[in-house]
Design a protein around this ligand. Sequence first.
Ligand SMILES: [Zn+2]
Ligand SMILES: [Zn+2]
Length: 193
Amino acid sequence: MLSLNDYLRDAEQAHGHLCAGQVLGVRMAMLGLAKLGIEDPHGKDRKRLVTFVEIDRCATDAISVVTGCRLGKRALKFRDWGKMAATFVDLESGKAIRIAAKESSKKLAREMHPELESKNQQQMLAYREMPADDLFAMQWVKVELLAEEFPGYKGERTVCAQCGEGINFRREVELNGRILCRACAGERYYRPE
Ligand SMILES: [Zn+2]
Ligand SMILES: [Zn+2]
């Protein structure tokens, strides 16, 4: 593992700026890896980890930088719950730890650095210095992953009977005896113009 400063430098590069969320994300991921005993997430341990993130903000990019887990590798799972939290799953040991930023850490950051003007500056500095127990709540958890959720899984592919687009394993839906993609089955987030 790299140092906090090294990861922050990498995170800044990947994300475009350094912010309090990046600091939180880097520390959260470093803590998760340490608790699981994963030392080399980009090297020999790169296939050991799956990470669930519960927010689509700055911290998520930082978590991805530290863990090496990415959406395109199926190793990063997004649950849109609006919470500054992530669960780190060790596929080798079956252990998993969920780490959430404490709401009280914001107030603590204000108290630690009243001399700084902006909230972001206060938090950026305080989140570097704060003991992990003040910053995070931790919990060992169990995560059941289906075969098709593992990074390397390759399965069958089918074609939607309505739009003709290809669908990877088990994302299809059966409706009135037809095999459909989720969009054609009614879950679409877009509509044709
Ligand atoms: Zn940011
Ligand atoms: Zn379709």
